[in-house]
Design a protein around this ligand. Structure first.
Ligand SMILES: *Cc1c(COP(=O)(O)O)cnc(C)c1O
Length: 379
């Protein structure tokens, strides 16, 4: 008897959730064929249908030849970097990276004899100088946190090529809707699918995409052996989120641009940072690199520092303090207390991360409602 109900000539419109950790294999010959690359699954840590499908859909979105889904964004960064380093190598990391990525590069990897040099990726001469001194990998984010600096990916890719280094890009803040770094010459790109790409704050997943099949052949065993695999239900939810990614991101970019222009006019706002505004440090580069819009992230500084922010939080409960990004509706973060909590005072001063600085992940809700809630917070 069939173990599953027969489908006849139909198949489900929505992809089924294959919540199975292991598969039943009909014969030893079939087992051999699957190990040799025929379609099929054996053990979910190696591969499973929901991850495989999600990876294909994401690869399409990124204009990539292949994609690999991992259990988190950090797992994706680890699986992207580990196959390409050995003791004695040096990573050139942007000095504006996500905090956990920083820790991976300057706390974890040095224990394996891998060095890390932080560089300002918006200063190409500095990157070139460090590449000359030796660098295996340049690691950068398309849009940095929280100041939303945008490096020139095309020029970085060219520099890396000239010095036989790999350019790896964390595209989480941009998503493929705004930028496809592989098209600009990046070697490998990762995303935290936890954020905009899934978009509903209910999964933790990561993605690696690339074009070079040799790189895929190195990354695949790293994911399996180190245990960076994803779980099926998260992949199923992420696929559902991905279907509206472009719609959500396009609407959120429009909301963010409008809100940035409105915030500039508010008496209790000292400054606004948004790459789409002509007064942003990287507006010209962003206009080239972010071909799909200037993003849903923006920062502003309120008067009266910490007290001003606390007042905002009390008065605008509709914009929750929730230190992540990419939700359907707008959320707020406070870099000084969260992402840059453990940064040195000097680093925070240099980056102008003050106690009054607020970061918004603008959502795709109705703009009028959003502006009204923001007005309450700033009153
Ligand atoms: C959240 C985030 C990560 C890590 O992703 P997780 O899914 O939380 O592991 C990496 N880079 C950036 C820019 C992020 O915002």
């Amino acid at each position: 008897m069939n173990r599953f109900p027969p489908m006849g000539e139909v198949e489900p419109l929505v992809v089924p959730l294959y919540q199975s950790a292991v598969y039943s294999i009909p014969s030893l010959d079939a087992c051999d064929r699957i190990y040799e690359g025929s379609p099929g699954f054996i053990y979910a840590r190696d591969s499973h249908p929901n991850a495989k499908r999600l990876a294909q859909l994401c690869a399409e979105a990124e204009n990539a030849q292949w994609g690999v889904v991992t259990g988190s964004g950090m797992a994706a960064i680890s699986a992207m970097v580990l196959p390409f380093i050995k003791p004695g190598d040096r990573i050139l990391a942007s000095n504006r990276l996500y905090g956990r990525t920083n820790q991976l590069f300057n706390q974890e990897l040095p224990r394996f004899g891998v060095g890390c040099q932080f560089v300002d990726c918006n200063e190409l001469a500095q990157v070139e100088k460090e590449l000359r001194a030796g660098g295996k990998i340049v690691f950068v984010e398309t849009i940095s946190n929280p100041l939303l600096r945008v490096p020139n990916l095309k020029k970085l890719a060219k520099l890396c090529q000239d010095h036989q280094a790999l350019l790896m890009v964390d595209n989480t803040f941009a998503t493929p809707v705004l930028c496809k770094p592989l098209d600009m010459g990046a070697d490998l790109v990762m995303e935290s699918l936890t954020k905009v790409m899934s978009g509903h704050s209910d999964v933790t997943l990561g993605l690696i995409v690339g074009n070079n099949p040799d790189m895929l052949a190195k990354i695949t065993p790293t994911v399996t052996i180190w245990g960076f695999a994803s779980n099926p239900f998260d992949c199923w939810l992420a696929e559902r989120g991905l279907e509206t990614m472009t719609l959500r991101m396009t609407a959120a970019c429009q909301n963010a641009a409008r809100l940035a222009d409105w915030l500039v006019q508010q008496p209790n706002v000292l400054r606004v940072l948004y790459p789409g505004r002509a007064d942003h440090a990287d507006h010209a580069i962003a206009s080239e690199v972010l071909s799909g819009g200037f993003g849903n992230m923006l920062c502003f500084e309120v008067k009266e520092g910490r007290d001003g922010v606390n007042r905002f939080l009390r008065q605008a409960p509709g914009v929750p303090f929730s230190p992540s990004l990419g939700h359907t509706s707008t959320t707020l973060s406070h870099p000084y207390s969260t992402s840059h909590r453990f940064a040195s005072d000097e680093d925070r001063r240099k980056q102008t991360i003050t106690e009054g600085l607020v970061r918004l992940s603008v959502g795709c809700e109705d703009y009028v409602r959003l502006e009204a809630e923001m007005a309450k917070g700033l009153a």
